[in-house]
Design a protein around this ligand. Structure first.
Ligand SMILES: [Zn+2]
Ligand SMILES: [Zn+2]
Length: 202
């Protein structure tokens, strides 16, 4: 789970996540204008500092294949699963389908984990005790996590306002964002979105 934000221990500058939730699109047809909710797959994120974007961001948390196989086996045995999907409160058939989808995705995945701000790989994990991340402008400052307990009530994103949840292809390439949720939640409107072009490297 991502902390709510990071704060420099010295100057108190705050670093927010630009987004905290993202999905793979695993449907057979090209993603165009509308996609089915059933073709979305939860992306596990770990907090990291992207050295290219100079921001805190989510990096794909991709465990070894055997973790996915184990989770799928556990779901089939009716045991609770927390990774790669939180399936504790799902109906058994839903949990088996969800973890089967995750396993299928993991078996097809080729690229190593990417920072989902820019698709890059120049990042540093922030959920490890060492090394601490020093704030570049501060002599004594370290960037530390803050966690607040919020209350998530209401009809969920995409009903009264566009959700703007990022959507990636199975290799972590940004392809769009989910905007409006339609037809009792079974369908999402999407709009195209791409990574920013890489900065000139010289
Ligand atoms: Zn600072
Ligand atoms: Zn980045």
């Amino acid at each position: 789970m991502l902390p709510d934000l990071y704060v420099c221990s010295s100057c108190h500058e705050q670093f927010d996540f630009k987004f905290r939730e993202a999905y793979y699109y695993v449907g057979a047809a090209p993603a165009h204008e509308q996609i089915a909710d059933a073709d979305l797959l939860w992306i596990n994120l770990r907090p990291a500092w992207c050295k290219d974007c100079e921001c805190v961001c989510g990096v794909e948390d991709i465990a070894p294949l055997r973790a996915f196989e184990g989770a799928y086996g556990a779901a089939r045995a009716g045991q609770p699963v927390e990774y790669p999907s939180y399936a504790k409160f799902m109906e058994p058939a839903d949990a088996i389908r969800e973890l089967g989808d995750q396993l299928r995705w993991r078996m097809g995945r080729r690229r190593p984990a990417r920072a989902l701000c820019c698709g890059g790989s120049r990042y540093q994990w922030m959920d490890v005790a060492q090394p601490l991340l020093r704030h570049a402008q501060c002599e004594y400052g370290f960037i530390e996590p803050r966690i607040y307990i919020g209350s998530g009530c209401g009809p969920g994103p995409g009903i009264y306002a566009p959700a703007n949840i990022r959507l990636y292809d199975p290799e972590g390439e940004l392809i769009g964002q989910l905007t409006w949720r339609k037809q009792d939640g079974s369908v999402w409107d999407i709009e195209p979105m791409r990574y920013p072009p890489p900065a000139a490297d010289d």
